[in-house]
Design a protein around this ligand. Structure first.
Ligand SMILES: Cc1cc2nc3c(=O)[nH]c(=O)nc-3n(C[C@H](O)[C@H](O)[C@H](O)COP(=O)(O)OP(=O)(O)OC[C@H]3O[C@@H](n4cnc5c(N)ncnc54)[C@H](O)[C@@H]3O)c2cc1C
Length: 430
């Protein structure tokens, strides 16, 4: 048997390693060839996590599933086969010591993404997989006679019995991920959930928000709300709320929370159908903030901005105070309406969003091959026997925090194993 793995990213290298190992352990004669268009394997691993590679998250499978929202359940079996703890053990066993940060993110202790990439590449090649670089797959078709596949690579037409498609999505196209896999999948009859940028900085903001570009907040809660249409009541709960770091930029908003909620915003037909708010003081309830303001009012002469600076970084405190029209006055002098506006700004500051930085700056692609059409136990296409699909090309996108590599590793492992062991009913087509 010979198996092609298209794409030497996290999913493809893991799939190749496991296919080669499974074949060896089962005594199956199997050649595994990885075809990668770039001159280097694992380009996204190298650039990930600010070149430190946040390879997984310190949580159980349920925590990973939660990060993928509705897609999470699809990952259940793959995470059972390779949970986060096993990813850590695997890399430790490959010589990559790991460390867990307070946020739960797992990094190599060396803080070098290249160590993760090198270990994974060696894992695949030591297992017997052949990794061919500079080999862009131009087309992927069925081989009508054998029921296998033919791949067009550098002018040659290469036959394979089975294929594992791990070409990623279309984010950061400079890395080679331009989304050509979607058309192959469509041609095979797969449904592609429209790809859209996720984990992407948001464009928008007001003048004062741009003026405080560079201000970072360690722990705020960003919430996305649906905007009620046709006079319907406003929702009581947000579509998604994420707590963590946040950054004001000259174009809008970035940092983990802004990026985590970006996928929900891009899921709406227009950004105006959702509203983004920021709770600047998530450790205080609204009642506590109201009481704090009342205490300040009773306290007399202290300027509003000086008091607010107890709660927020100085530049933000000044900007919020100014936007509420409360500069140069004390709390005692502040009209009730303005102090209410201030409370609103602290607990539910509206951040106008007009769009995102697009695929060019999206860490992942949401959308992709419909999960309904892939068997979650094997990653085999339900439409194309002998084709296995793993990683970001699937309609899966998780939060920032190592979740996306975890998904790529787990789905890659399952695809690699089952590409060797699954009974594929090979039907001659066309
Ligand atoms: C800047 C940045 C930072 C990130 N940081 C993190 C992080 O720290 N933690 C985390 O969990 N996730 C992170 N991610 C997300 C993570 O990189 C992806 O989710 C993950 O790489 C997906 O793995 P994959 O193998 O499915 O796809 P990819 O890693 O995209 O691999 C696909 C491979 O297929 C190749 N390919 C594409 N088309 C063809 C073709 N026609 N022929 C041959 N080869 C082809 C590509 O060149 C590529 O090497 C980050 C992403 C970016 C952009």
């Amino acid at each position: 048997m010979n198996i092609a793995v298209i794409g030497a990213g996290a999913a493809g290298l893991m799939a190749a390693a496991r296919a080669a190992l499974t074949a060896r352990q089962s005594g199956i004669d199997c050649r595994v060839v990885v075809l990668e268009k770039n001159r280097k394997a694992g380009v996204k691993i190298l650039m990930s996590g600010g070149t430190r590679c946040n390879l997984t998250h310190d949580c159980g499978p349920e925590g990973i599933m939660e990060a993928f929202g509705r897609g999470g359940a699809f990952l259940r079996q793959a995470l059972a086969a390779l949970p986060p703890i096993e990813v850590v053990r695997l890399f430790n066993g490959l010589g990559v010591a790991t460390q867990i940060e307070s946020t739960g993110k797992v990094f190599p202790s060396s803080n070098r993404a290249v160590d993760v990439r090198d270990a994974l590449l060696k894992y695949a090649t030591d297992a017997g997989a052949e990794v061919r670089l500079d080999c862009a797959v131009k087309s992927l078709k069925r081989e009508p006679q054998s029921g296998g596949f033919v791949l067009e690579v550098n002018g040659d037409f290469l036959p394979f019995d089975r294929v594992i498609v791990t070409v990623g999505g279309k984010s950061w196209p400079g890395c080679g991920t331009i989304g050509e896999g979607y058309q192959w999948m469509r041609d095979f009859g797969h449904t592609i959930v429209p790809p859209r940028p996720a984990l992407v900085p948001l464009v928008g903001g007001t003048e004062w928000m741009h003026e405080i570009s560079g201000v970072t907040l360690d722990s705020v809660t960003a919430s996305v709300w649906s905007v009620p249409q046709d006079g319907k009541k406003p929702p009581k709960k947000p579509l998604l709320a994420r707590r963590g770091g946040f950054l004001f930029t000259h174009f809008g908003f970035s940092g983990p929370t802004a990026m985590d909620v970006s996928g929900i915003i891009t899921a709406a037909a227009r950004p105006q159908e959702t509203r983004l708010t920021l709770d600047l003081v998530p450790d205080l309830t609204t009642d506590q903030v109201i009481r704090w303001v009342e205490d300040q009012r009773r306290g007399g002469r202290r300027k509003v901005s000086a008091a607010i600076a107890e709660l927020l970084p100085r530049r933000l405190a000044d900007a919020v105070t100014e936007s509420a029209g409360a500069t140069e006055v004390s709390f005692a002098e502040l009209p009730r309406g303005k102090s209410d506006a201030l409370i609103q700004s602290l607990k539910q500051l509206t951040l106008p969003v007009t769009g995102t930085r697009g695929f060019d700056k999206a860490e992942v692609t949401a959308g992709g091959v419909s999960l309904k059409e892939v068997d979650p136990r094997t990653m085999q296409s339900r439409i194309v026997p002998g084709m296995f699909i793993a990683g970001e090309i699937l309609d899966l996108d998780g939060w920032i925090g190592g979740y996306n590599f975890q998904s790529a590793f787990s789905t890659g492992l399952v695809a690699g194993t089952h590409a060797v062991t699954s009974e594929v009913e090979v039907t001659c087509v066309n």
